[in-house]
Design a protein around this ligand. Sequence first.
Ligand code: ASP
Length: 354
Amino acid sequence: MSVSRREFLERSAALTAAGFLPRVPSPDELGRPIAAGAVGASAIGVPFRGRPVVVSSANGIRGVKVAYDQITKGTDPLDAIIAGVNIQELDPDDQSVGLGGLPNEEGIVQLDASCMHGPTKRAGSVAGIEDIATPSLVAKAVMDYTDHVMLAGAGARKFALAMGFKAQNLLTEKSRQDWMRWKSRLNAGDFWLDHNDDIKIKFTTGTINMNAVTATGDIASVTTTSGMAYKIPGRIGDSPIIGAGQYCDNLVGAAGSTGRGEANIKACASFLAVEFMRQGLAPEAALIKTLERVAAMTEPRLLDANGRPKFDLEFYAVAKDGRYAGATLYSGGRFAVCDEKGPRLESAAFLFKR
Ligand code: ASP
């Protein structure tokens, strides 16, 4: 990582004190939100009492514990879940995110990330950023230090460098070899000799989404990814899109996603899941209804003979009162959760049986 969290925060505090950066208003200055009726109303002026929970995609099993421990000690929920997803971003063996993520078709790792901070109603995002291992922190820096929500490509990289993040080569030897294997088997008629090894070409659908609610009902969400393996350079997935890759409303809850981003973007599905919770649905029912919408929005070329999507998409959600869920298009999925019972993987609800 370019800057340690401590350095980042120290520098931010110094810049803010010096008047160079906008001061971030505290939740109290903005007025603490009151729980919506659908998710457990509380009388005006009475502090909300809920239960802290962190939920994420299954690869966040280590991160949910880190984030949960932090929120129960009073850390801001967004800082806590970003610390949680940083574990995957910096893990060279997770080939779906950050350092070691599988590259685009030209062998360049391009990362997407976005986040939302419920208490202050802010969001930040970076798309197609290169050379920076922790795009979740860059997305948060966009949120904290600019009047924009989204930065993309070369501009996002420049911004990150200006903020003190360090550039590094994100293509690990393992991911380079996977990319070369994919390339050599692309087309028998090209000038790359096909390998005859038995190694399966690796495609990742990965990504990490993490959402948290604190005991006082403050909510945050973050999603970070290297996107679809071997994508066309410049392809942007759902992860950096606010309302698709993740969405958070401090009155209601948060939701986020992994899987085929193109299907998610068309349904604005994380936003939709939060809206279903706002209407009164429990997280699991909200996610299933969201998946129904995704299936209904699927173009014919992506439907199988039974009219079902040929891809998978997974959603994770928390409600303000601490209820949570994970749900996938197809059975067999799992998701990570941490609450007072500790970190664990649970079976996801599903729309279709495999
Ligand atoms: N949702 C990510 C994307 O489409 C990929 C994934 O989760 O597998 O970029």
